[in-house]
Design a protein around this ligand. Structure first.
Ligand code: SAM
Length: 245
């Protein structure tokens, strides 16, 4: 991959916030899911959780490619999702107007935090509300009683981003993501053609070194049925095409 792209991916990895996430409870409109993923990527959320009994559909066009950078974790039930998030030490916030709900700006989002969002029609389930530590609400003084779910998530996530920025959580030069996850993203997003070939051939991903270069031995290239020099030529061609855009 060229150095510019490598530097860009590394900057992204350094800003990722592994201890901030959202959990979508049956949010079922593909454009809302896509818009939320895009906002998550924008504030540096790496893992998104969703309770979806069926296969998820997403409007890839609306996500503008953000779905490549954010990992979607699917859960069968809200209990399973909350157990997973609690296991990661997260405070659990449910977005819902209830008697005990507090203004979303009163929360400390620099703590490990998971925010639950409900379905477009039904909102958050009683079960999810019971599992949460706190309920939060974005104040509304108009006729409508709720915001679109993707709008609500953007407002709350940017408050979290503001607090975390002030706390210096975006200033690290090193990523807080596990090394294996950094390696996966560097390979998949830095070498998409080789990634496809690796998947087809069910081969392990090679290591990416500190310069962004592939560290693969001869047997890996042989299994890929590709020579290093042929690959180099393909990659140079790809770089030239990209610079023509
Ligand atoms: N009729 C549903 C209800 O009673 O909850 C409305 C659902 S709303 C369109 C979809 C989701 O967006 C909610 O479950 C919540 O996660 C989020 N949401 C919408 N407006 C909100 C607000 N003012 N404060 C907090 N969350 C909100």
């Amino acid at each position: 991959m060229n150095q510019e792209r490598f530097a860009r991916i590394q900057r992204l990895l350094a800003m990722r916030q592994p201890d901030l996430t959202v959990c979508l409870e049956q949010v079922n409109k593909p454009h809302n899911l896509a818009a939320m993923i895009r906002t998550c990527d924008a504030v540096g959320i790496h893992d998104v959780h969703a309770v979806w009994p069926e296969e998820m559909r997403m409007n890839n066009y609306a996500s503008k490619g953000s779905h490549y950078w954010v990992r979607l974790n699917r859960h069968e039930t809200i209990t399973e999702a909350v157990d997973t998030l609690r296991g990661q030490g997260m405070q659990i916030l449910a977005t819902h107007l209830s008697p005990q709900a507090v203004d979303f700006r009163e929360i400390d989002y620099t703590r490990p935090t998971a925010i639950l969002f409900g379905a477009e029609k039904r909102g958050i389930s009683q079960q999810a509300l019971a599992l949460a530590d706190r309920h939060i609400i974005i104040p509304m003084v108009g006729m409508a009683q709720s915001l679109n779910v993707s709008v609500a998530s953007a407002l709350i996530l940017y408050e979290a981003q503001r607090q975390r920025q002030l706390a210096g959580l975006y200033q690290s030069s090193h990523s807080r993501l596990p090394e294996s996850e950094q390696q996966r993203l560097l390979f998949e997003r830095g070498y998409p053609v080789l990634t496809r070939m690796c998947r087809q051939k069910q081969l392990p991903y090679p290591t990416i070194d500190a310069q962004g270069e592939l560290q693969a031995d001869e047997s890996w290239w042989q299994q890929m049925q590709l020579s290093r020099s042929a690959w180099q030529a393909m990659e140079n061609e790809h770089d030239e095409e990209e610079s023509d855009d």
